[in-house]
Design a protein around this ligand. Structure first.
Ligand code: COA
Length: 329
């Protein structure tokens, strides 16, 4: 049997829009206040894109940093997977625009939609495609401009989201570093608890649909909260079991940054101490598919994790979808 190398992370990068929207700014837009937002979500500020700004540019910026960090050039990339639910257009895939912006002429490029779990879905897809040795250097990007689809008059949702993109470059590993285990799951029975019904084939952009704000995010916050904690905790336990590991062997767990209370509830269920738990939701809000790769890049670049660190990743999102992974950096 041939010895197929593990897939490892060679480089990471992130990009967020310059403009910051604080809770105080939101107080001027909807009937809310800083205390409520901080107490219920842990969010203090979020980066927001200008109206009409393309996700492809933000994602390409994150990707360029990841490619540079990996010591590679765009021409070395042979696969680009973008996880998003807010691509530039319906089609072509935003990954194709990113390919063009990067000049990554040798890559196959496509998008996947698994909402906030999308980045880990992308990791698993890229890992499988690389393990059959068809692809050598994959770029996996999670990016969303969620603020382009929120209802700015709905205080239940508009305070929660932010924009950004994070990227990793994957390549073959020469040692024990790499993607140790991944798991993805979904349950479409819960699709109506978190969704955006607009802009698909069932709801054309008619005057009436636009008036009904059909193109904006709808969410049953409490229900989503409850399911997110349970599903992420099960998903993390599943990959730990697959890897024959326990949570105390993880140097850090980067969970989807949607709400500080969800992150804390998850840490409690997984028996993680505060040093094993990464939090940046206070500064970025929920950036959907970008949340995990942004946190991963930030944790790497600020020295919280380094080469050899063992990291758990876990996410939950619309669908419902959930996903988890263990990587050795
Ligand atoms: C959205 C969320 C923060 C709300 O927190 P909660 O404790 O469930 O709060 P509730 O929805 O019960 O709302 C409590 C009250 O606050 C009010 N409220 C909601 N948003 C508010 C806001 N931005 N500012 C002030 N008050 C607000 C509600 O209207 C409600 O008032 P009422 O009791 O008079 O009806 C929380 O449910 C959550 O984070 N859910 C998960 C969301 C998520 O992560 N989504 C993405 C998953 S990928």
């Amino acid at each position: 049997m041939t010895n197929i190398p593990q897939t490892m992370i060679l480089g990471t990068g992130r990009a967020v829009p310059e403009k910051i929207l604080t809770n105080a700014d939101l107080e001027k837009i909807v009937d809310t206040n800083d205390q409520w937002i901080v107490e219920r979500s842990g969010i203090r500020e979020r980066h927001v894109a200008e109206k009409g700004a393309p996700l492809s540019e933000l994602a390409a910026e994150a990707a360029r940093k990841a490619i540079e960090d990996a010591g590679l050039e765009a021409k070395d990339i042979d696969l680009i997977i973008l996880a998003t639910v807010t691509g530039d257009m319906k089609f072509p895939a935003t990954a194709c625009f990113i390919q063009e912006l990067l000049g990554a002429k040798n890559a196959a490029a496509f998008d996947i939609a698994a909402a906030c779990s999308g980045f880990i879905y992308g990791l698993q897809i890229a890992d499988s495609m690389m393990r059959n040795q068809t692809y050598r250097h994959a770029l996996v990007i999670g990016g969303d401009i969620l603020t382009s689809i929120v209802d700015w008059e709905d205080r239940n949702t508009c305070v929660l989201f932010g924009d950004g993109a994070g990227a990793v470059v994957l390549g073959p590993s020469q040692d024990d570093r790499g993607i140790i285990s991944t798991y993805i799951g979904s349950d479409g029975g819960y699709s109506k608890l978190l969704y955006n019904a607009g802009c698909g084939c069932i709801n054309m952009p008619t005057e009436e649909n636009i008036k009904e704000k059909i193109h904006t995010v709808r969410m049953e916050g409490k229900e989503v909260f409850r399911h997110a904690v349970v599903a992420m905790s099960k998903a993390m336990k599943k990959v730990l079991k697959q890897a024959d590991m326990t949570s105390d062997q993880l140097d850090l767990v980067i969970s989807h940054q949607a709400n500080l209370r969800i992150i804390e509830a998850l840490a409690k269920r997984l028996k993680l101490n505060s040093e094993q738990t990464y939090v940046n939701v206070d500064r970025f809000g929920n950036t959907s598919a970008a949340s995990i790769p942004i946190a991963l890049d930030e944790a790497r670049r600020n020295g919280v994790i380094q080469s050899g660190s063992t990291i758990g990743l876990v996410a939950f999102g619309g669908g419902f979808t959930w996903a988890s992974g263990i990587i050795r950096l």
